[in-house]
Design a protein around this ligand. Structure first.
Ligand code: FAD
Ligand code: NAD
Length: 462
């Protein structure tokens, strides 16, 4: 130890102040453990609050309002052409939404006695962290929880350093509304932020390397979204790669495989995220990483191979979702405090906040069949929903997957407005091992979109 180094001795050091890290820290504090959070930006919220879930959903809300205004013309209500002012929009997103929530998290930390230290943390061994902040600091701990999250993946081979080539963080800053935007990647971010920019007035071209949008997601759910983005976007190229990017004359020239070169004002690269496990000094600990993706290996109790270290959130792998990180954070805290707890959830909901929204949980039809399960499938089209008719959105679908042998609901997929809220009931049904007849016999308020789940269940009963 160098003379003059500041040394903190704590029971728990949490590295990373995102949803995984702050949920773990708050729970540790509730359990009476002295806890510090070390975050490179000295704030709680992480990617989710500052450059992910929250700012993107604020902008998607604006996009939804714009498309609702457009739809209202059909109902005889014309608000005229929307005029978009970026300064107030940025200010609302940054100050009224993100800033307000950030202040709330800081207040909760203070209330619970959780200290937030600013700086980049590096492990020196299994019980010591070096914090490279304004001053050098060491933190000695009994347990550490690694929650360093993930960062955008770069385009292999054709990365171009230019302000016009944006990752999701740069795109969320809304530098301008480009006339022509190229979105590379038809996953969560490409579709959500492509929707935002298209609603704000950009002509969006989306390029997806695989043969369909949202690879891995049930095609019955993706199809209505695909139809919608084909109208909303200027072009959607599936099974296509961008083979070159070049800056010329203040624009980006992109070569699309089999399509030739096209010029764009900006490019959004959204081809996935990678674990932030490098440069953390993990080699000085007993932690092991996965061969593919360099994710930290954890068991169902969020324990790593080092008895002092736990890990939660995106740095531990897929699905990289904030609510998974939060649940893992609580599990890690309970486990290190000696409480019986495990990340043994049966269903993790996923929501793509596009228009229409897509949400799912549990097993989809293909996954259930791959497990050798004999399944019963119900598809309730929203054309038969009173509520969907009243909001002019009959394009939705609720799909229910049941295990034929036990009668249990094992998976649900929903596409349509509000799918992200509706999926909560399905997640609870699966987590509590509800039978199809439980869902069918539960009274659902009329007229609501939630009836679609009851209707799907009813259709499976003889
Ligand atoms: P993070 O939120 O990434 O936080 C990690 C923190 O650790 C950061 O603050 C970082 O600065 C800090 N850190 C890293 N290394 C160090 C170090 N060495 N020392 C100190 N601090 C360090 N998920 C959803 O569930 N719903 C959504 O709607 C959603 N939308 C998204 C939209 C976008 C555009 C993006 C990019 C992501 C979105 N996600 C969404 C994913 C979600 O943001 C992540 O799953 C979630 O933030 C992961 O939380 P985490 O705690 O694991 O890590
Ligand atoms: P993603 O994995 O969802 O999608 C990446 C897409 O890019 C895939 O469809 C992939 O086939 C495609 N792709 C990969 N390389 C390509 C290339 N060279 N050319 C063209 N297409 C290519 O990743 P993302 O959209 O970057 O999002 C990252 C993660 O962040 C998500 O997986 C998710 O975990 C999280 N996220 C969640 C939400 C939400 O919950 N609503 C929103 C945004 C992000």
């Amino acid at each position: 130890m160098v003379m003059g180094d500041l040394v903190d001795e704590v029971e728990v050091a949490v590295v990373g102040g995102g949803p995984g890290g702050y949920s773990a820290a708050f729970r540790c504090a509730e359990l009476g453990l002295e806890t510090v959070v070390i975050d490179a930006d000295r704030r709680l919220g992480g990617a989710c609050l500052f450059e992910g879930c929250i700012p993107s959903k604020a902008l998607l809300h604006v996009a939804a309002v714009l498309s609702e205004v457009e739809r209202a013309r059909e109902w005889g209500v014309d608000f005229g052409e929307p005029r978009i002012s970026l300064d107030p929009l940025r200010k609302w997103k940054q100050e009224r939404v993100v800033g307000k929530l950030a202040r709330g998290l800081a207040a909760v930390a203070k209330g619970k006695g959780v200290t937030v230290i600013g700086g980049r943390a590096v492990f020196e061994d299994s019980t010591t962290l070096r914090v490279e902040g304004e001053s050098l600091q060491k933190v000695r701990f009994k347990h550490a929880i690694v929650a360093t999250g993930s960062a955008p993946a770069a385009l292999p081979g054709i990365a171009l350093a230019s302000d016009r080539v944006m990752d999701s963080t740069a795109a969320l800053a809304l530098p301008d509304i480009p006339e022509r935007l190229l979105v590379i990647g038809g996953g969560y971010i490409g579709l959500e932020l492509g929707t935002v920019y298209a609603a704000l007035g950009s002509r969006v071209t989306l390029v997806e390397m695989t043969e369909g949008l949202l690879p891995g997601v049930d095609r019955d759910l993706v199809q209505p979204l695909h139809r919608r983005v084909e109208k909303l976007f200027a072009a959607v190229h599936l099974g296509t790669k961008v083979t070159a990017l070049r800056e010329a004359g203040g624009r980006i020239e992109a070569t699309l495989e089999g399509q030739g070169a096209e010029a764009f004002d900006r490019v959004l690269v959204a081809v996935g995220r990678k674990a932030r496990s490098a440069g953390l000094g993990l080699e000085t600990t007993g932690v092991r990483l996965t061969e593919r993706g360099a994710f930290i290996q954890v068991d169902e109790r969020c324990r790593t191979h080092d008895p002092h270290l736990y890990a939660v959130g995106d740095v531990t792998g897929e699905p990289m979702l904030a609510h998974r990180a939060m649940r893992q954070g609580k599990v890690a805290a309970d486990v290190l405090a000696g409480r019986p707890s495990a990340f043994d959830n049966v269903a993790i909901p996923a929501v793509v906040f596009t228009d229409p929204e897509i949400a799912w949980c549990g097993l989809d039809e293909a996954q259930a069949k791959r497990r050798g399960m004999e399944v019963k499938i119900a598809k309730f089209q929203w054309t038969a929903s009173g509520r969907a008719a009243t909001i002019g959105r009959a394009d939705g679908l609720t799909k229910l997957v049941a295990d034929a042998a036990s009668g249990r609901v094992v998976g649900v997929g929903i596409v349509g407005p509000g799918a992200g809220e509706l999926i909560a009931e399905a997640t609870l049904a699966i987590e509590t091992a509800a039978l199809v007849e439980d869902v069918a016999a539960t009274i659902h308020a009329h007229p609501t979109l939630s009836e679609s789940l009851m209707e799907a269940a009813e259709s499976l009963l003889g």
